[in-house]
Write a protein that binds this ligand. Structure first.
Ligand code: ZN
Length: 79
């Protein structure tokens, strides 16, 4: 019984930490171009192409944030 309570408390703390982090830092560096917005060729540094993944912004919305936004959207639609 006590173990279950501790596990629930830890899960709650983790969920809260996750929510706070999402609110404070909704944007993350793009994993595809390391936040550069462009892909540079190693053999030819002058040759670069735009990152299609983040549309050359170098930033990406965190996965959790997208789910959060979708949930809020649904909530708004329901009311
Ligand atoms: Zn990118």
């Amino acid at each position: 019984m006590r173990g279950t309570l501790t596990a629930a408390a830890i899960a709650l703390i983790l969920a809260l930490t996750w929510a706070v982090r999402l609110t404070l830092f909704p944007l993350a560096d793009c994993w595809c171009c390391n936040g550069q917005g462009v892909h540079r060729s190693k053999s030819n540094p002058k040759h670069s192409r735009r990152c299609w993944w983040c549309k050359s912004t170098g930033k990406r919305w965190r996965m959790g944030r997208r789910v959060w936004d979708r949930m809020r959207q649904k909530h708004r639609d329901a009311h």
